[in-house]
Design a protein. Structure first.
Length: 240
């Protein structure tokens, strides 16, 4: 979740400046704008802005307004996800609040991993966390006999994911579960279902031996009756 929030917050925080710079560049070349006419029309179409009968300046002004509104919305969404109030705040205030909230989360995560946070910026904290994550992944991969030399976090994760899938497939095969075309998540679900089915079968068998009917009953109900019957049986033996 932190990754998602951090990524979203950063996108929102920097997005506001990009369109402005782009439009500024176009404005400077207004005297020779013709080659960029199609680009302007494409941008307007992407924002759903009609260009009929409008001058280049009018289109650019509407694009600036639409882009600013879009970036404000992104900032607000990022702020809400971080539990930050957006009432009456400017984009700059929202960006500052988002950066501060993200820093708190990054510092907490770094502290948990034993990483010093003193005087570090959000960027430096993310780099330190990324390095720590790589070290952790490398250790996990090495333990499984996977080479990590020259590999990025993403490549090591992919190798670990492949190794996990192979292991799950072998486990499923031993349990008589088909794995063709199934993802790791689907195989885990099938293994879990198989395990539950075995537990249910064993419980039902135990209930039948105690003369307990299992028809229409949930596993919890059957278990409760089995435990009750066993307690009664043990109490009877103790009384003798």
């Amino acid at each position: 979740m932190l990754k998602k929030l951090t990524g979203l917050a950063l996108v929102g925080a920097i997005a506001l400046t990009v369109p402005v710079a782009a439009f500024a560049a176009e404005s400077q070349s207004s005297s020779t704008f013709h080659p960029l006419k199609q680009l302007l029309l494409d941008k307007a179409q992407a924002f759903g802005i009609s260009t009929d009968g409008k001058t280049n300046k009018q289109i650019k002004d509407e694009l600036k307004t639409a882009s600013a509104a879009q970036n404000t919305e992104r900032l607000k969404k990022a702020a809400v996800k971080l539990g930050i109030s957006t009432d009456g705040k400017t984009d700059e205030q929202l960006k500052a609040d988002i950066q501060a909230a993200v820093q708190v989360k990054l510092q907490a995560r770094a502290t948990k991993l034993g990483i010093s946070t003193d005087g570090k910026t959000n960027k430096e904290l993310r780099e330190a966390l990324k390095a720590a994550a790589l070290t952790k992944l490398q250790a996990k991969a090495t333990k499984l006999g996977i080479s990590t030399e020259g590999k990025t976090n993403k490549e090591i994760k992919a190798a670990l994911k492949a190794a996990e899938l192979t292991k799950l497939q072998e486990k499923a095969k031993a349990a008589g579960i088909a794995t063709d075309g199934k993802t790791a998540k689907e195989i885990r679900a099938a293994l879990s279902a198989g395990k539950e089915a075995k537990k249910t079968a064993a419980l039902n068998k135990r209930a039948e031996k105690l003369g307990i009917s299992t028809a229409g009953k949930t596993a919890d109900q059957i278990l409760a009756e089995v435990e009750s019957a066993l307690k009664a049986k043990w109490a009877e033996k103790a009384a003798k």
